[in-house]
Design a protein around this ligand. Structure first.
Ligand SMILES: *Cc1c(COP(=O)(O)O)cnc(C)c1O
Length: 377
């Protein structure tokens, strides 16, 4: 039987060969490969600084730290997202304040944002979920002077009104987990136009050391340890990952173009199913198509959605809920005494979203099979 995974990364001969160089040279931690990857990633996304780290979660943590988020502060996050968007706020001892989403895009509802802003609000994390940019113009208008961090974990190569994700807010955070558009196994990147944030993040990802290991190693006094004036972490990307990233970043545009072609195929061929809503792309947005997330009609229960996913699994088609409503997860629901219905649209997305396979290892027969099976249900 056909077995179609929800997502599968694509690597080839170029990635396999790319890791040889650091392995042979012996420079395995952050070094020339990471620098080259950062440079190219920044260039493509139109940002002055790109600073690599170990994941989008650590990228977001570094962004929070660079903004000086601390106990007593509030940071606004959408209620429907990956859990780490909220977790990084907790890491700082601050409070994540949830805001509901717009079910049609799965992104933060800017109109719901207004009432969440208090004098304790020190940042807003706008998530570009599944590769579609949040409504940044409206969010910025409402945010005023409050810094905006883009959780662009899913949004490498995505655009909003001609500007790339990662260049839309004060700081952007990307993921290179194998389920994202391009991968380094695990990995992340912070982007910013701001020189001070960039410097702070560069230091904080390396234990708070005033200069990088590479700079020290090649400097005049490699035997003198650096200064440590900031609290840092070890969030360094390895040069093995950097080498893979250098190859993957050049494939990003082609990956997205292929995904876009098949996303259109799904949208066209599934349009007659009245119980299934395919994703929409608002005017002016270029979707990054990290995943293809549909929603099931509201008249259908979560139980039936899960049953549907079971049937598809048995037919060899992997599906997943889009992501989760974080306010409904035990840690947050208990700590802040939140009920599921406090964010009704996020709850609906939690119960009714369903990602179907869309990735660069699928054949045209795979896509046709998915359509055929969905139509036969
Ligand atoms: C995947 C994802 C993350 C986490 O990325 P990691 O690199 O696995 O830490 C964070 N936010 C969103 C919206 C994501 O989709």
């Amino acid at each position: 039987m056909r077995k179609i995974q929800i997502s599968q990364p694509v690597t080839g001969e170029e990635e396999w060969l790319a890791v040889r160089e650091p392995l042979e040279s012996g420079w395995l931690t952050s070094g020339p490969k990471v620098r080259a990857f950062e440079q190219r990633f920044g260039e493509i996304h139109g940002v002055k600084h790109a600073i690599a780290c170990t994941s989008a979660t650590t990228a977001l943590h570094l962004a929070m730290a660079a903004l000086g988020i601390k106990a007593g502060d509030e940071v606004i996050v959408p209620a429907f997202t990956w859990i780490s968007t909220a977790n990084v706020v907790e890491y700082m001892g601050a409070k994540p304040v949830f805001v509901d989403i717009d079910l049609s895009t799965f992104n933060m509802n800017p109109e719901a944002l207004k009432s969440k802003i208090t004098n304790k609000t020190k940042a807003i994390i706008a998530v570009h979920l599944f590769g579609l940019c949040a409504d940044m113009d409206r969010i910025k208008e409402i945010a005023g002077d409050i810094p905006i961090v883009e959780d662009a974990a899913c949004a490498a190569g995505a655009q909003y009104k001609g500007v790339y994700a990662g260049a839309l807010g004060d700081l952007g955070c990307f993921s290179f987990h194998p389920r994202k558009s391009i991968t380094t196994g695990e990995g992340g990147m912070v982007t910013t136009q701001n020189d001070d944030y960039s410097e702070t993040i560069g230091i904080m990802r390396n234990h708070g050391a005033s200069i990088s290991e590479e700079q020290r190693h090649h400097g005049a006094q490699p035997f003198i340890l650096p200064e440590f004036n900031l609290l840092g972490y070890n969030y360094r990307m390895t040069d093995l990952q950097g080498a893979v990233g250098c190859v993957q970043i050049e494939k990003l545009e082609a990956f997205i173009a292929k995904r876009e072609e098949w996303a259109k195929f799904y949208i066209e061929n599934l349009k007659d199913l009245d119980w299934l809503k395919t994703p929409i792309t608002p005017e002016g947005s270029k979707h990054g198509w990290q995943s293809f997330v549909c929603s099931i009609d509201e008249s259908i229960s979560q139980h039936t959605r899960n049953r549907l996913m079971q049937i598809l699994e048995e037919k060899g088609i992997s599906t997943r809920p889009g992501t989760h409503a974080v306010h409904m997860l035990g840690y947050y629901a208990n700590k802040y005494d939140i009920s599921a219905d406090d964010f009704p649209e996020a709850k609906k997305a939690n119960d009714l979203s369903m990602a179907i396979p869309l990735h660069n290892r699928m054949s045209s027969e795979d896509y046709e099979y998915v359509v055929q099976q969905l139509k036969s249900i």
